[in-house]
Design a protein around this ligand. Sequence first.
Ligand SMILES: Cc1cc2nc3c(=O)[nH]c(=O)nc-3n(C[C@H](O)[C@H](O)[C@H](O)COP(=O)(O)O)c2cc1C
Length: 194
Amino acid sequence: MEQSGIVKILAISGSLRSASSNGALVRAAAELAPDGVDVRVYTALADLPHFNPDLDGDVPPVSVTQLRAELAASDAVLISSPEYAHGVPGALKNALDWVVGSGELVGKPVALINASPRATHAQAALSETLRVMSASLVTDASIAVPLTGRSLDARGIVADSDLSIALRSALVALAGAAASADPSVQTRSPGARD
Ligand SMILES: Cc1cc2nc3c(=O)[nH]c(=O)nc-3n(C[C@H](O)[C@H](O)[C@H](O)COP(=O)(O)O)c2cc1C
């Protein structure tokens, strides 16, 4: 965490679709970040090569180095992912595979946002993968934000009071978990107003 006490959250959508509801959700999270919290949206999921340990030598692919750097610079991670065929989208699982060995998620507070209440298999699989990677799942921050069938973009999510309150509460809980994990630098409660 920065000396300033700002909690940095990296938000990752598991969907590559340009009109993705999960993409809209992470962009809305960036707009809804409470005081003391900075949410940065990861935008390079599609740039990662297929995970191959042979590529992970002294000089890993640039996109992999950037992913690792963005995760390392974050105090917490927010993931919002669709479910495909009862599983985690390959692009997202691929990104996670790239950091199993390098360890940027070890001990990192992670929230899983579920935009589709039907999608229980992907959530369960993601939870298990993150657990075995020693990430710290923050249950208070892992919420359902039902968007299916609503065609909302980020602006629409921010404008919806129920959705924006739920998302902001999740961010406060996630930032609180990050601050507890590193209390030495935190100077004020996330979400506290001046
Ligand atoms: C190939 C494919 C497989 C899908 N499989 C499932 C599934 O197993 N369970 C489910 O709940 N939704 C499934 N869906 C629906 C998507 O999860 C849903 O449309 C989601 O909102 C897409 O996320 P996005 O808007 O962020 O791209 C599937 C969609 C596609 C295209």
